[in-house]
Ligand binder design. Structure first.
Ligand SMILES: Cc1cc2nc3c(=O)[nH]c(=O)nc-3n(C[C@H](O)[C@H](O)[C@H](O)COP(=O)(O)OP(=O)(O)OC[C@H]3O[C@@H](n4cnc5c(N)ncnc54)[C@H](O)[C@@H]3O)c2cc1C
Ligand SMILES: *[C@@H]1O[C@H](CO)[C@@H](O)[C@H](O)[C@H]1NC(C)=O
Ligand SMILES: *[C@@H]1O[C@H](CO)[C@@H](O)[C@H](O)[C@H]1NC(C)=O
Length: 587
């Protein structure tokens, strides 16, 4: 770990993401695994504890028939997939296929304190967090559990910036958003999963430090994206219990929905469209989705097919959705052919326009004790400036003293590490996704090209300076003071990279940005709106096939995306119900 190898500290905002070094977590309590039991042999509903609102219609994929028909097949029971499924189930037969298990099987998902553990306690096939590393070497993660990434994330909840809904321009999609319906959809989500957090010392000091650093006005508690400093909502309730998109399934019509867990979709079933073959044929459609092939935990294949008027909807996330299109033969012709995948539909932009917002942070050991906290306060300095957020984590470390003096201690020492974060909005820099294998269970490969656009680097430089301003604010004084009471930067005990010594040196701060770049896990794109999907989230050139999730975004919405991803699931579901009523008014 670079400069201070004696401190092998396991800490989230340092250890997981930094390019500076690749610290491996080696702490006994983090490494001890929760043994998960395999539910494949159970016939009947999974019993989750406490019984979740969706337990009655959620089953292991092994109990599903080899072939069955549904109106809508939703691939991925994630942040967008769950609200979409709940909404469509009002009047249609729905199947949700989720490759991971149910959240109740994994104790670390239950509350805020399990956040770090979930991210380090991973394996190749079953863990609810699936790790991946981008070509740049930045460690990253994605959800593999009902609820998707919202079931493993840091819980900060905040709506999109208004310009997100502007369509093509500064917006994240080309959809013609109906703002009344957008607001209703956010409110529907918030009834179940958004809570007002309780601020303790460290987060309160960050709030005050941001105001001192000029990130004004103070907007108090709000879910809106407004310039200034605010307290956002959280998906953790007042007991620290996590709520996720899976909770939205409790709004489903239980007689119309089935959720299969440990159901990995391997391929979309596509049929060629023959001109004149159906009354609703649109000239540009070349293929139509007829269902999917999925595998259960025992490796057995199942087919789910759509009924007339039905659709397949991909909600498999920014890595999963473009990957599945490629595996199904929808993508750049030459690329697919190189993999030996039969081309169903030439679609040059599938897997292109991949983005990840750069995060840079500083961590230090605060001079006074602080509680564990994930993101609660956010500074939004302006329409185009980096956002500032913070966390504090109690982490274990191995004593630097060799075991000659100590027994192999079962109780590690604990320290708290306070972290200040800045995230570049957008971003403008873009990369791409490609297959690593023909197995849908494997991560595809991604490259984000962090800071390949100068405006991203400029925003990072300004953001890092702002971190310095917050750190050196009066409100931070008692936290940043060094061991011997020296105030100011010199006394601050940084863990990992310290701020550049000369903050007015652009080149030095830019070098810091590049050297310490990491992720806030807000990666998006791959099925970009206007490129792969149209204003109704339909895959262009394909009938009965949509993508509804973060893979459609051209920018990350607001300060943190999950509120908008959930809203989008609800919103598109309502639009589809409307559309269908208009098409078959008497059905
Ligand atoms: C560690 C972490 C912390 C974060 N912190 C925050 C935060 O504090 N606030 C915030 O707003 N955002 C946060 N985010 C980002 C946010 O959670 C994501 O942007 C959002 O959840 C993405 O939603 P999605 O629907 O696009 O994908 P997901 O929620 O990831 O859903 C995709 C689902 O599809 C399933 N799937 C994929 N492929 C297949 C397949 N072939 N067959 C069947 N199922 C499949 C996956 O298992 C998954 O459940 C965080 C993310 C992470 C990973
Ligand atoms: C939606 O909500 C925002 C924020 O509360 C508000 O400014 C806007 O006027 C609302 N729009 C509609 C159409 O209700
Ligand atoms: C800091 O950097 C600025 C800009 O490059 C330079 O003018 C100044 O002399 C530097 N200060 C020190 C103390 O090196």
């Amino acid at each position: 770990m670079g400069t201070k190898p004696s401190l092998s500290i396991a800490l989230l905002f340092l250890a997981l993401p930094s390019l500076e070094g690749k610290p491996r977590l080696r702490s006994p309590w983090l490494v001890s695994r929760s043994r998960r039991w395999f539910l494949g042999f159970l016939i009947g509903p999974i019993v989750v504890s406490p019984p979740a609102g969706y337990a009655g219609f959620t089953c292991d994929a092994t109990v599903f028939p080899k072939e069955a028909e549904y109106d809508y097949i939703i691939v991925g029971g994630g942040t967008a997939g769950c609200p979409l499924a709940a909404t469509l189930s009002e009047s249609h037969r729905i199947l949700v296929l989720e490759r991971g298990g149910a959240p109740g099987e994994f104790p670390s998902l239950a509350g805020q304190d399990g956040f770090l553990r979930t991210l380090v306690d991973t394996d190749a096939r079953d863990s609810p967090a699936q790790p991946f590393t981008s070509d740049e070497g930045v460690p990253n993660a994605r959800g593999r559990v009902l609820g998707g990434s919202s079931a493993i994330n840091a819980g900060f909840y905040s709506r999109a910036h208004p310009s997100f809904f502007d369509g093509g321009g500064a917006g994240g999609t080309v959809a013609a958003w109906n703002m009344g319906l957008v607001n209703e959809s956010y409110e529907w989500v918030e009834r179940a999963v958004a809570f007002r957090p309780v601020l303790r010392g460290w987060q309160a000091a960050v709030r005050d430090g941001l105001l001192e650093a000029g990130v004004t006005p103070y907007n108090g508690f709000t879910v809106e994206h407004v310039v200034g400093t605010k307290i956002g909502a959280a998906t953790f309730d007042s007991h620290g219990r996590r709520h996720s998109a899976a909770d939205l399934l409790r709004f489903a019509n239980p007689t119309n929905i089935k959720v299969a867990v440990r159901a990995t979709v391997h391929r979309i079933l596509l049929n060629p469209v023959l001109p004149g073959s159906s009354g609703r044929w649109r000239p540009k459609e070349q293929v139509t989705a007829a269902g999917v092939v999925y595998r259960d935990g025992l490796g057995r294949h199942h087919r789910a097919k759509t009924r007339p008027g039905g659709e397949v909807i991909l909600s498999a996330g920014a890595l999963g959705s473009p990957q599945l299109l490629l595996l199904s033969g929808i993508g750049p012709r030459r690329y697919l052919s190189a993999w030996g995948i039969p081309v169903a539909l030439h679609h040059p932009s599938v897997g292109r326009h991949m983005y990840d917002n750069p995060r840079n942070s500083i961590s230090f050991i605060p001079a006074v004790p602080v509680d564990n906290s994930l993101i609660q306060v956010v500074g939004i300095p302006g329409a185009d400036a980096s956002f500032v957020e913070a966390a504090s984590n109690i982490v274990p470390f191995h004593s630097p003293a060799p075991p000659v003096f100590l027994h192999q201690s079962a109780s590690p020492l604990f320290v708290t590490v306070a972290t200040l974060i800045e995230k570049v909005p957008g971003p403008a820099s873009e990369g791409s996704l490609r297959l690593a294998s023909l197995d849908a269970r494997d991560n595809p490969l991604v490259r984000f090209n962090y800071f390949s656009r100068p405006e991203d680097l400029a925003r990072c430089v300004a953001g890092v300076r702002r971190l310095g301003d917050v750190l050196h604010s009066r409100s931070m004084k008692e936290f940043r003071a060094g061991a011997r009471g020296r105030a100011g930067r010199r006394g601050t005990r940084f863990v990992g990279p310290a701020l550049p010594a000369n903050m007015s040196d652009d080149a030095a701060v830019a070098a810091f940005c590049r050297r310490t770049v990491s992720t806030l896990w807000h990666y998006h794109g791959g099925c970009a709106s206007g490129k792969v999907v149209d204003a109704d989230f339909r895959v262009t050139g394909a009938a009965a096939l949509r993508v509804v999730d973060g893979s459609t975004f051209r920018v990350s919405p607001g300060t943190n995306p999950q509120a908008t991803v959930m809203m989008m699931g609800r919103y598109v579901g309502l639009k589809m119900l409307q559309e269908r009523r208009n098409r078959w008014p008497h059905a």
